[in-house]
Ligand binder design. Structure first.
Ligand code: F6P
Length: 548
């Protein structure tokens, strides 16, 4: 099916013609109830999309697009445990990980819940022993430092959540996340840690990822240098993986291996034992609140009519901005300092899932899929790249995310933070007209010649679309809802674009080449002959200046 030739797509093209030159100022002026009509609140999570360049008619046809591409059918197939990740022959069941009722999931015949509950029980036991000080290191010390070694989905989700909820973190435990192969990541950390009280979590679905394997081996060597005994590994290493045999080979005993399954995608694995560091930080009950928040979003996604279905709405807005208004990038702007890893998390979630040009049927897509996702803490961005958002002439839809209250209640901080967040989305949307700028300049006492000179610089085009997501506070439940919202948004986008959001073949080529290049970098001349001139030249430079 050529998506762009469907009646729904064609109808949207005519909305584009109608709306592309309409200003948000006009859309707001035309509808006094615009906020009420274009916002949804779910269990305290408020999503205001009134500053998107849409009206009710365009939204109607976007919803028609969701119907015609069978979003609900695909959703039901995902929740039923069908192997919708057909290129890897896998079901997509991360939603089972936040299924909290004592009922089968996805159904009685293929119930995955017994294994999920077993691992949750294992997690609980580890969490209780570490947090209470019962888990002891090789010299009998309680654990003080937890180091998660992982990369991609085995790093970004747990790191985001642990930092986001750090206000409720166990006071006696410190958390570190090591992902980079660059020894500058692990080396300074090892220098300050005490092997007697350090617990490593090696999180790797495959247990073959080079970055994680090398970091884990180095950590093991560091521990062994202090402990001198193999049995110490059992006291300081936990593995989270779908390849327990490989973790076993590494020397981690079965009791310390927490399983995940092939139906948990790496970037959707936070809810599994990959979230162990989160549970260690905020306790198992806190982790369960996170799961409940996500489960609440799952239920909403499955039950809410499409016109008030948050993941569907966010996906449709993104499709509208990307394919009809022509946005090439989208920015995510969390205002809570503790949400600083949110942009990186979303980059993997969105771009690894939907950064594709081939349809499920292997045909070229007839439209562009995911925009480039980028972002930064909002207030910091204000003093860096917001100038370009305001006056750079690019169409860049933004997601503003902030909690109404702070867990770090220094007086006098939260209200200005919120004021900045709301001011930016309003300024981006409504801008400043020439007439407004002129009035301001003349009120400041400038003469006509000075006004004429300054005026072009003082005008803000506005009409920059944004969605604002507010949470009452940044607690595990709200965060669980927020992250599941984006997960399902990405899924709906993938369905509409007609692609498989759950594979990532695009990352394989670089991995294969890296292992092929290693011998050449290490000095094996035989390999050089097979390499292109650029790579050969760069390797020669490395040999002159580098170390292994
Ligand atoms: O970058 C590819 C990828 O497979 C991601 O999808 C995944 O999150 C990451 O590598 C880490 O993989 P693993 O958990 O198997 O080490």
């Amino acid at each position: 099916m050529n998506l762009t030739l469907t009646p729904e797509w064609q109808a949207l093209l005519s909305h584009k013609t109608r709306l592309e030159h309409q200003h948000l100022r006009e859309l707001f002026a035309a509808d006094e109830q615009r906020f009420a009509n274009f916002s949804v609140e779910l269990e305290g999570l408020l999503v205001d999309y009134s500053k998107q360049r849409l009206d009710a008619d365009a939204l109607q046809d976007l919803l028609a697009l969701a119907h015609s591409t069978n979003v609900t059918g695909w959703r039901d197939r995902m929740f039923a445990g069908e192997k919708i990740n057909f290129s890897e022959d896998r079901a997509v069941l991360h939603t089972a990980l936040r299924h909290t009722a004592f009922t089968p999931f996805p159904n009685a015949e293929h119930d995955v819940m017994p294994q999920v509950r077993l691992v949750r029980k294992q997690m609980r036991s580890i969490v209780e022993r570490v947090r209470s000080g019962l888990w002891r290191g090789f010299k009998g010390d309680a654990i003080q430092s937890v180091v998660n070694i992982g990369i991609g989905g085995s790093d970004l989700g747990p790191k985001l959540v642990t930092r986001a909820l750090s206000a409720g973190e166990h006071p006696g435990l410190d958390f570190y996340y090591v992902s980079n192969l660059d020894s500058a990541h692990l080396a300074p950390l090892l220098e300050k840690l005490d092997p007697r009280s350090t617990l490593f979590i090696v999180a790797s679905k495959t247990f073959t990822t080079q970055e994680t394997s090398i970091n884990a081996q180095t950590a093991r060597t560091w521990l062994m240098a202090a402990a001198m005994e193999e049995w110490a590994v059992a006291k300081h290493f936990i593995a989270v993986t779908s390849s327990p045999d490989k973790a076993h080979e590494f020397g981690i005993p079965d009791s310390n291996i927490l399983q995940i399954w092939d139906w948990v995608g790496g970037r959707y694995s936070l809810w599994s034992a990959v979230g162990l560091s989160v549970a260690l930080a905020i306790g198992m009950s806190g982790f369960e609140r996170l799961l409940q928040g996500a489960e609440t979003m799952d239920k909403h996604f499955c039950a809410a009519p499409l016109e008030s279905n948050l993941p569907v709405l966010l996906a449709l807005i993104s499709v509208w901005n990307t394919n009809f208004l022509g946005a090439e990038t989208s920015a995510v702007l969390p205002y809570n300092e503790s949400m600083r890893h949110f942009p990186a998390f979303l980059q993997q979630l969105e771009m690894e899932s939907n950064g594709k040009t081939v349809s499920r049927d292997g045909e070229p897509l007839t439209c562009r899929a995911n925009p480039i996702v980028w972002g930064e803490i909002g207030v910091n961005g204000q003093h860096a790249f917001f100038q370009l958002l305001h006056q750079g002439g690019w169409l860049i839809p933004c997601d503003f995310v902030v909690s109404a209250s702070s867990d770090y209640p220094l007086p006098g901080h939260q209200a200005p933070l919120l004021a900045n967040c709301l001011a930016q989305s309003a300024a981006l949307a409504f801008g400043k007209t020439e007439a407004q700028a002129r009035t301001e300049l003349s009120a400041a006492g400038l003469d006509e010649a000075s006004i004429a000179k300054l005026l072009p610089h003082k005008v803000f085009a506005g009409n920059q679309p944004s969605t604002t997501i507010l949470m009452p506070s940044l607690d595990p439940f709200q965060l669980g809802m927020l992250l599941a919202l984006y997960e399902h948004k990405v899924f709906v986008q993938g369905v509409i674009w007609g692609l498989n959001s759950f594979d990532q073949w695009g990352v394989e080529l670089g991995k294969q080449l890296a292992s092929r290049l290693l011998p050449a970098i290490n000095g094996d001349q035989a390999y050089d002959t097979h390499l292109d001139a650029s790579t050969t030249g760069l390797i020669a430079y490395f040999r002159r200046h580098g170390n292994s």
